[in-house]
Design a protein around this ligand. Structure first.
Ligand code: BGC
Ligand code: NOJ
Length: 814
């Protein structure tokens, strides 16, 4: 069952009924100002940091979940009937409801009683504001007299405090209203130099800034008294709950349309120019007024929207494919790339499942996110790499997270997730292969944000490996520390205290528990560092890291082999996890997928055997589960993994992030059919047809789909902000389609289903557009290349002569 359809030409998903099983959201903003926007107008906005600079409120554990947002109300002044064209919050019956979620914008429209309303929400590039363009059309045969009310509820900036510290916050709220613009200035009188503003292009019949005046006592957003009576109160908030609402009256002739432009913005003033006149308590509006004026003009709004579209044309234009599979095309060309932009920007901070008051930017997560993003805006990837590495510690270890606003390591979460340092190498290697910008390796970067500790970035990479070499365990495998990629495999925690965080508590010295997964990851990272070192002429280092990789490869294959598959880890007692010897958790996906991906056991049959075991024990029609059998009880020695009921999250859920490791593993083994089959099982677009089972957005990946042990097998959770986005994008674009940046050029090495006769793709790589056409001539994966009409040896297209901007590549596959 579906709740809408893909409009690929418009790059939109069109939701045709508002009662989707769960809120189906989009993001507006892609630089500094962001908003979550659901198909029913719900969601909130923030500037840079969802916790520290929250503009509007999101309520926690709300019922219904998606309640509170950017609501517009329409009132038919003749009958007194009123409704929300976004369905929420009035939930009135609507005709022709639709929400078009597009690239950085959404348009929600509906009709009732012959009045059609459409609101397009977006954030212009290079601005710290959002625009709502509300078009009201009278489709009656008679004139219509309508009132339109806008509404936002301001957050008092620090979202966690806002949600909890009522005794203070109910007294601090302050606003100003000047020239019909509503300014929210809570705490501006003291230490803040920022305020929010909410403007409207039309002259007002009234306004409200105090929530209770607008809603009326004992009422909610579904029944505001001001809307019901068609009369704003012109309230000024002193404490309590500041909000913003404009009331516009329109008289529309039959067929007439009018547009109202609302703008919600964030603005900062220099500390010494906060007030106007100086010495007063009035917000200085000198620098914000030109911005307000600019977006009152519909021409400027249209130009900003067009610029946003062009921006996305350019971003998505870097990689476009036309394959025989419409789902793969849609995901690669539009939605998967779009989701990668969201994970890059948002990390794991703000979604329907992340509150925006929890996690900062993860070291592991953000490095992996680069795999799906680096080709779109390499300059931002560069900046991110430098920010991340500045939170690395001199030991080579890393803070697990940092706050985007301060860029400082988050002490509360700490470090010692022993996989973290390796991801930096993988992120940097991806950046270098994409850009060839080796200068980044010479950038001086501090440790732990301490000035004076600068060393070249290259040295940070060396420390990453050194950190692991200094922490090898009894089997010669890397010690796991607090956890590895699987945050819930807490082998040194032994927690028996309710509410204690598995992520931050440790009760062992950590000298025994080892991770086979980190072993495999280290084979890859050391190999990448070796390759990178040889590119910059450091032959000794190249040899050294090649040797590290070789030794670890050997260790994983000997110490980490269970007979048919790779062991997952060794616990604090030195016992295997993920082995036939275990009663539960006999086989895990991570060590199978990542070993194959890292090229371990490709020659001696171990990788094949491990992936066959994955197929036999872990694969389901909804994707590959994390382990089997699921843990049926709490194991104090394993930690959080065994806290989840069987089939959910890390306890045998389908953790979509690691499915593409198996996909890439199958590619490594030359098995295009299996790779594409696994890829398709978790593809949101493929799953669109079972939206009633999947329940989350069919245009983006979710972190988890309930596994076969769960009563709700097939149901997704945690959509949007997940490493699944980058890894699937990487798996399909670089491995299945096989168009892969390398130091020496663009590799064309597709491992696609045997039934695919051909496909074409266009890839912009280092400023050159490669028009690639792949034709199958036989069942295999061997590539013969013809570049601009001339045969080329191997499968790498070398860079063209200087000045050449387009290269034609024909690849014969057989
Ligand atoms: C979740 C993990 C997550 C970790 C860190 C755990 O509760 O299960 O998926 O990585 O928290 O936030
Ligand atoms: C989600 C976290 O963001 C990620 O860092 C981790 O690897 C996975 N969960 C698995 O635990």
């Amino acid at each position: 069952m579906k709740y809408g359809y893909f409009d690929d030409k418009a790059r939109e998903y069109v939701i045709t009924r508002p009662d989707t099983p769960l809120p189906w959201i989009n993001y507006i903003g892609c630089q500094g100002y962001f908003g979550i926007l659901s198909a029913t107008g719900g969601g909130y906005s923030y500037y840079r940091d969802a916790r520290l600079r929250r503009l509007t409120r999101g309520r926690y554990n709300n019922v219904p979940a998606d309640f509170g947002g950017r609501y517009v109300y329409v009132r038919d002044n003749a009958s007194g009937d009123y409704w929300s064209p976004s369905w929420m919050p009035t939930q009135s019956d609507l005709e022709d409801y639709s929400c078009r979620h597009g690239m950085g914008y959404s348009t929600i429209s509906a009709k009732r009683s012959g009045i059609r309303t459409a609101t397009r929400y977006f954030v212009p590039l290079d601005e710290t504001l959002e625009i709502w363009q509300t078009t009201v059309t009278n489709e009656r045969l008679t004139p219509a007299d309508v009132s339109i009310f806008s509404s936002v509820e301001f957050c008092l900036w620090e979202a966690n405090d806002d949600a909890t510290n009522y005794q203070r916050n109910l007294s601090t709220g302050q606003v100003e209203v000047e020239d019909e613009v509503i300014y929210h200035k809570t705490e501006y009188r003291e230490r803040r130099n920022h305020f929010a503003w909410f403007s409207c292009s039309e002259s007002l019949a009234g306004f409200d800034t105090q929530r209770e005046s607008f809603l009326g006592p004992w009422r909610g957003w579904n029944k505001p008294v001001a809307v019901e009576e068609g009369r704003s109160r012109n309230s000024i908030a002193y404490g309590w709950s500041p909000m913003g609402s404009h009331h516009v009256k329109l008289t529309l002739a039959p067929g007439e349309s009018r547009q109202i432009i609302y703008v919600l913005g964030y603005h900062e003033n220099p500390n010494e120019q906060k007030f106007d006149p100086p010495g007063s308590q009035t917000v200085n509006k000198t620098t914000v007024k030109p911005i307000i004026a600019k977006y009152r003009d519909a021409k400027n709004v249209e130009a900003a929207f067009a610029a946003l579209g062009k921006h996305w044309d350019e971003l998505l234009g870097v990689y476009q494919v036309a394959s025989p599979d419409e789902h793969a095309n849609r995901m690669v060309n539009i939605w998967n790339a779009y989701q990668c932009m969201a994970t890059f920007n948002m990390s794991r901070s703000a979604s329907s499942f992340e509150t925006g008051i929890g996690r900062g930017l993860g070291f592991r997560d953000s490095n992996q996110d680069l795999l799906g993003f680096v080709h779109m805006v390499p300059s931002r990837a560069r900046e991110r790499i430098l920010d991340l590495s500045a939170t690395q510690l001199a030991s080579g270890g890393a803070y697990h997270q940092y706050q985007p606003l301060t860029k400082k390591g988050n002490n509360d979460i700490g470090g010692d997730f022993n996989d973290d340092p390796h991801w930096l190498i993988i992120g940097v290697a991806a950046y270098l292969k994409e850009t060839g910008d080796f200068s980044i390796l010479d950038e001086p970067v501090v440790f732990d944000n301490q000035p004076g500790t600068e060393v070249p970035l290259y040295e940070h990479l060396r420390r990453s490996i050194q950190y692991a070499l200094d922490r090898l365990g009894p089997h010669g495998l890397p010690l796991i520390g607090r956890a590895d990629w699987n945050d819930c495999l807490n082998l040194n925690c032994f927690s028996d205290t309710p509410g204690q965080s598995f992520q931050t508590s440790t009760s062992k010295d950590g000298k025994v528990a080892e991770s086979v997964f980190i072993g495999a990851l280290m084979v890859l990272s050391a190999r990448e560092l070796s390759a990178l070192a040889s590119q910059v002429g450091k032959a000794d280092d190249a040899a050294f890291y090649a040797d590290v990789a070789k030794t670890m490869d050997e260790t994983v294959r000997t110490q980490g082999w269970d007979g048919e598959w790779f062991v997952r880890a060794f616990d604090d007692f030195g016992r295997k996890i993920g082995s036939k010897e275990n009663e539960e958790g006999k086989i895990f996906i991570e060590s199978q997928g990542f070993a194959a991906l890292a090229g371990i056991g490709l020659d001696d049959g171990k990788a094949r055997s491990a992936l066959d075991a994955v197929r036999k024990h872990l694969a389901t029609p909804h994707g590959i589960v994390l382990q089997q059998p699921a843990y049926s009880r709490y194991y104090i020695e394993y930690g959080e993994i065994s806290t989840y009921p069987p089939g959910y999250k890390e306890n045998a859920g389908i953790f979509c992030h690691n499915n593409p490791w198996v996909v890439i593993g199958e590619v490594m083994l030359g098995n295009g059919d299996a790779a594409f089959d696994y890829y398709s099982r978790i593809s949101p677009s493929v799953r669109e047809g079972i939206s009633d089972v999947h329940r989350l957005e069919p245009y983006v990946y979710a972190q988890m789909i309930a596994g076969r042990d769960a009563p709700t097998h097939g149901e997704a959770k945690n959509s949007w902000l997940t490493g699944t986005a980058a890894w699937n994008y990487y798996a399909i674009t670089q491995w299945i389609l096989g168009i892969r940046p390398e130091y020496t050029g663009l590799r064309i090495a597709p491992v696609v289903p045997e039934r695919w006769p051909s496909f074409t793709a266009s890839r912009v790589f280092r400023g050159v557009t490669y028009d690639i056409s792949v034709k199958r001539t036989g069942a295999g994966n061997t590539v013969s290349l013809i570049v601009d009409g001339k045969p080329v040896d191997g499968d790498i297209v070398p860079p063209p002569a200087k000045g050449v901007k387009t290269v034609k590549v024909e690849a014969l596959l057989g």
